[in-house]
Ligand binder design. Structure first.
Ligand SMILES: [Zn+2]
Length: 505
């Protein structure tokens, strides 16, 4: 295939669960010489902002599509989160109650390929015609050969890519080397959750990834492909260590709240809760989202027949610092997300509001609040300037908040709540507690996780290098959805209209 551009091949490596701070520290210590080489000769950013919530889905899906969650019947990725209830707009009239999607279950994981919806396209679907390889990606829609259906070891994820260049016939129907290869290293996330980001095994695995990447780079150099190959490296989110772990099961029992079981269609609530809690409640039925009033006067289904104010109840969960919920009259193109928060200085409960209008790239949001506001944007000149009572685009929020905690969160919250599959109330302990709570059960006792809007979870590395055609640039900030349009740009291709990120070159 003849192209005008000198970059003819793309290799994208997604490392799950690696903070920018940690990766660039290892680079500066000389422990990742190969990543240092591609970052030093190409585009490098140690301040890349991922999606909120900082959880593998939406974050990894958003990297692969270059887009965000949204009102999925019309726009955006249909996957709001790692866990969701399949409620629709308008509500389904089916007698069957909505199922719980949980990508943590092996049998459900690959369903993401269908769940993600037709309004967005994966990088595999956006790439030019040719041989396209997925090495261990869970989200591989559009890849010709799916190498990741069986689980590879970490070295295999990288070797597989070299092997597809050496023996294309083993992977594809013709003997052409792949145009696009994406390797996804999920094992870094497993070790981080089990042992933590400071554990020697976690650090060793990142160093191993660098070695395997080095072998791949040497292979490409030896075979003469390196100068025409762009190598991208990114992570889906960072991580944190919670101060406390705590079993929430007794709290819900004490309140009389019974976990939802889709098979029976019964129960009062569904929740998954790391340091951020995502709560679903029934409205008229489990197919409907509840109104604010229904949540204020919620009739629990147990024998006690008590009426609960759910907002007040969720505020009693230890460590809760703020709460989000949607307004009753929200439309996909226009609406309000309510914020309740504890003001740091006074300890008093205050209110804030995010208003949104428009879809996708054109979405604009406005943030207003009582008191000092929860995010403390006013503490900093750059972020204070955007608190002007006006609507702003994602790019404007990124420019104003990339350097502080809660980067782009005002843009991200409405994108989440617009999705009919999103929950009804979000609460957050901001990493103080990690509850490990999923659908009625406490599933572990690890203090290590990721999900909140603080920098430790939200800031990831972004590197594009390899071919000498790629300019040498140090970016002061960017976002994870910029990766796909940047790589496509190097191939001389325009991204799909659903892509919200933009090429950084
Ligand atoms: Zn992840």
């Amino acid at each position: 295939m003849v192209r005008n551009k000198k970059v003819n091949h793309i290799v994208l490596i997604i490392l799950d669960d690696v903070r920018a701070e940690h990766l660039f520290k290892l680079i500066s210590e000389g422990k990742l010489p190969n990543m240092k080489e591609i970052a030093g000769n190409g585009v490098s950013c140690s301040n890349c902002v991922t999606s909120y919530p900082a959880i593998t889905f939406p974050c990894y899906g958003n990297i692969v599509t270059g887009s965000y969650s949204g009102y999925y019947p019309k726009e955006g990725s249909a996957v709001p989160m790692y866990h969701w209830l399949n409620r629709t707009d308008p509500p389904s009239t089916s007698k069957k109650s909505p199922f719980i999607r949980n990508y943590g279950e092996r049998s459900q994981l690959l369903k993401v390929n269908k769940d993600i919806g037709k309004n967005v396209k994966t990088i595999f679907e956006q790439a030019p015609q040719g041989n396209i390889l997925s090495s261990s990606c869970f989200l591989f829609r559009g890849a010709y050969f799916i190498a990741g259906k069986s689980v590879f070891d970490v070295e295999g994820i990288f070797k597989n890519i070299a092997d597809a260049f050496e023996h294309p016939r083993n992977y594809f129907p013709n003997n052409e080397v792949p145009i696009l290869s994406v390797g996804y290293v999920f094992q870094t996330d497993d070790i981080m959750h089990q042992k933590g980001f400071n554990h020697p095994e976690y650090i060793k695995l990142i160093i191993d990834c660098d070695k395997y990447l080095g072998s791949l780079m040497n292979f490409l150099k030896k075979k003469g492909y390196y100068d025409s190959t762009a190598i991208g490296l990114v992570s889906d989110h960072g991580n944190f260590k919670a101060k406390k772990v705590f079993n929430l099961e007794p709290f819900f029992q004490q309140k009389g709240l019974i976990p939802y079981t889709p098979e029976k269609g019964s129960g009062d609530f569904d929740c998954n809760f790391g340091s951020v809690g995502f709560f679903n409640f029934p409205g008229d039925t489990w197919q409907n989202h509840p109104s604010i009033q229904q949540m204020q006067k919620f009739k629990i289904s147990g024998v006690r027949k008590i009426e609960l104010n759910l907002f007040n109840t969720l505020w009693k969960i230890p460590g809760v610092k703020y709460m989000y919920y949607r307004d009753d009259d929200n439309k996909p193109e226009k609406g309000i997300i309510h914020i309740e928060y504890l003001e740091k200085e006074s300890g008093e409960k205050k209110n804030g509001m995010i208003e949104y209008r428009g879809y996708g790239k054109d979405q604009q949001t406005k943030y207003t609040f009582e008191g000092n506001g929860f995010y403390h944007y006013s503490d900093n000149e750059k972020s204070a300037n955007i608190l002007d009572n006006r609507f702003h685009t994602l790019e404007e929020w990124l420019e104003a908040t990339n350097h502080i905690n809660f980067p782009i969160i005002i843009d991200q919250i409405p994108r989440y709540f617009k999705n009919p599959r999103s929950c009804d109330i979000i609460v957050s302990t901001l990493g103080q507690y990690n509850y490990n709570y999923e659908h009625g059960k406490t599933t572990g006792a690890s203090p290590y996780s990721h999900d909140n809007g603080l920098r430790d979870s939200m800031i990831v590395p972004f590197i594009v290098g390899g071919s000498p055609e790629i300019p040498q640039m140090k970016l002061s900030y960017c976002k994870t959805t910029d990766m796909v349009p940047t790589l496509l740009n190097l191939l001389g291709i325009k991204p799909h209209s659903s892509v919200i990120g933009k090429s950084v070159i």
